[in-house]
Design a protein around this ligand. Structure first.
Ligand SMILES: [Zn+2]
Length: 63
């Protein structure tokens, strides 16, 4: 009863705000991943020209 609950930013489900919930303020790892995934996808789209798999071989060394 003393546990504070917060609505998940992804799905709106109430989840406990406590150290038992490492995904807070999300309700679960899945929701956190979804939210981060959407964010990343959006950034990618904004940044993005479509990736050409042939061009990817030599022009983008990040290792
Ligand atoms: Zn959720």
């Amino acid at each position: 009863m003393s546990q504070r609950q917060v609505p998940c930013p992804c799905c709106g489900k109430l989840s406990p705000w406590s150290s038992d919930n490492p995904w807070r303020p999300f309700c679960s790892e899945r929701c956190k991943q979804i939210d981060l995934g959407l964010w990343a996808a959006e950034q990618y789209r904004v940044a993005g020209s479509p990736v050409d798999p042939l061009a990817d071989d030599g022009s983008d060394h990040r290792a």
